[in-house]
Ligand binder design. Sequence first.
Ligand code: AMP
Ligand code: GLY
Length: 431
Amino acid sequence: MKILVTGNGGREHALAWKFAQSPSVEIVYLAPGNAGSGLDAGLENVAIDVMDFEGQIEFALENEIDLTMIGPEAPLVAGVVDQFQAAGLVCFGPSMAAAQLEGSKIFTKDFLQKYSIPTAKYGSFDSPEAALSYLKTIALPIVLKADGLAAGKGVVIAQTLEEAETTVREMMQENSFGSAGQRVVIEEFLAGEEASFIVIADGKVAIPFATSQDHKAIYDGDKGPNTGGMGAYSPAPVVTDEIHAKVMEQVIEPTLAGMAEEGHPYVGFLYAGLMIDEDDNVNVIEFNCRFGDPETQPIMMRLKDNLADLCLSAIGGTLEGQSLNFEENTAIAVVMASEGYPGDYKTGFEISGIEHADQLGKVFHAGTKTVDGKLVTAGGRVLGVTAMGASVSEAQSAAYKMIDQIHFDGATYRHDIGYRAIEREISVVDT
Ligand code: AMP
Ligand code: GLY
């Protein structure tokens, strides 16, 4: 089987790496991929942009690709899967209509409300006057969200009414989020612990992957601005068996049934970002129509099943009765980023030591490229350094041993990935 994966991040490197482990997979092409995916056995980069659907379709037809997997959200929201299917190609991911679950926060909030799926109370607005008067009716802190895709930067948590008002003006009148911010959702703040709950869906049935937890803030202790994600681990013990069952029953199953009822059956990966409160209540913060980055890296390290067969089964509508198998061990991915990220940063610094780190786990690449035979930094998030261990602490220390082997100028990373799970391990030992 020949596979094409589109995207160039750590997520796509990890998905392609997992595909390549299947004996039935001959080759995995990445469009455009990164330096890491260009080096791995069984993977090959092709220089086609992630939004160049025509180029991708031409490549897939010419090379008789059996399965295309779309990595990031932007092409899914723009309808790439519909275009592949119209060309008679097998493409894994939600249709344009189904991808609205990530593409429009207003669509999603209205959908959640209609199907009684738990989420924060909200209002949605396309006029700044109405938005400003709604602010006076809800408690602080206030969460403001640009409706459309904003590369993970479309959410502001305002601590004061003044800050919330300024944000509304910036989003809606000064277009600081471009067209994504012309319509906004304003919602109640939810307290608790976040978890990532990712499933594969065939339009009717969803099978959960192992649970995971991301670390969105740039600095240790969840301080500083939000990023795309600075590290993740799997499984996430905050999702107990009881909470797992509740999420399937209250969130995943009604979402699949509701999307089918709306005429947009959901086929693809579906990622529910959840908030779990002290009383184990679960609320949906957001949906993503793709796998998480960096959640993919630890989850793919643990997945024992054949990913290609699984995707084909979802496309064929035959997931019912299946379940997935994962290594018992915990996996942790720590992201090494360029100094300055998520703001401005410099690129082009030489990276060394990956071959030593790879002895202890797997280094997935994100913002890397090869220039004159040298591996250099080429993005904000550069590497996802991923290790396994019998406990979260063991996986964590293995990942940081790997990081000790790697060097590039300006490398920054969090030192506490997995800390919430480790606090739980310590409290279990104490009692
Ligand atoms: P999103 O872009 O929707 O993933 O939101 C980014 C981050 O903002 C989430 O991961 C949460 O940490 C936070 N967030 C979003 N909505 C809420 C909410 N209603 N209450 C508390 N935190 C939120
Ligand atoms: N790690 C968060 C995301 O993929 O959206």
